[in-house]
Design a binder for this molecule. Structure first.
Ligand code: SF4
Length: 243
């Protein structure tokens, strides 16, 4: 298995997204599922995956702090594709979290908040699978620059498949427009990357696409796609902007 995966890791780098997905479904069957954060990349990947396997299982982390536009997108996607997106929740309701960790944990310790509301639910879900598919791309963050299309995910102990690893943002949008794929309208209002309401703001002209996430913290990842926990060293004394 290990040798086989080592070989596929190399070969898959030459495959198109469709070929990677077809291999994933043929190899892992019901034990591979698609994770989406409901961004435009995730919508493109879902559309491609659904063409190949209309029974594809899709899940997303619902932190209970998402934008109304994001919840509306879930409804539109479920209707268009005739699927049910599984929502992963924290064990703690927002009220439990406030009682146990104090008010606005995201403004003081976003790593812990992301761990409670995103990473732990994902870890529980991934422990039931052999492989997961994500829409991350190499040019999104420094952490993602070296991702492979197929790789072993040592953090969660399963195979991680990223068919869009070598896509550029422009190719994603070309695909979405051409195929009339639903997407979050916040993308049209200067939100290139969308997470929780507390930790996402619109970007200004010239800013990096992910500058609107955890603004004020040196944090660019929620911890799902990093080996180690990301640093959240405070770079400004202001709390999270854009709330
Ligand atoms: S993005 Fe912000 S509000 Fe959402 S889980 Fe992470 S720290 Fe908490």
């Amino acid at each position: 298995m290990t040798t086989d995966l080592e070989r596929i890791k190399l070969v898959a780098e030459h495959w198109k997204a469709e070929e990677v997905l077809a291999w994933a479904f043929a190899t892992y069957g019901d034990k591979v599922e698609l994770a989406t954060g409901l961004g435009v990349e995730g919508m493109a990947l879902l559309d491609i995956a659904h063409r190949i396997n209309p029974r594809v299982n899709v899940f997303t982390g619902d932190t209970e702090f998402l934008f109304p536009e994001t919840y509306d997108l879930i409804d539109r996607v479920e209707e268009k594709y005739g699927i049910k997106i599984e929502r992963l929740y924290s064990d703690l309701t927002p009220e439990d979290q406030q009682r146990l960790y104090g008010k606005e944990l995201w403004a003081r310790d976003p790593d812990q908040c992301c761990d409670l509301r995103k990473v732990q639910p994902l870890r529980r879900k991934l422990s039931t699978l052999d492989a997961w598919m994500t829409a991350i791309r190499r040019d999104q963050t420094r952490n993602r620059a070296t991702i492979r299309k197929v790789d072993w995910d040592a953090k969660f102990n399963l195979v991680k498949i990223s068919p869009l690893a070598d896509w550029r943002r422009e190719s994603v949008w070309r695909y979405v427009v051409k195929h009339n794929v639903p997407y979050n309208p916040l993308h049209d209002r200067n939100y290139p990357s969308i997470g929780c309401t507390h930790c996402t703001r619109a970007v200004q002209p010239g800013e990096d696409a992910r500058a609107g996430r955890w603004s004020g913290f040196r944090k660019t990842e929620c911890g799902l796609h990093t080996e180690a926990q990301p640093s959240t060293e405070l770079v400004q004394l202001t709390a999270v902007e854009g709330d």
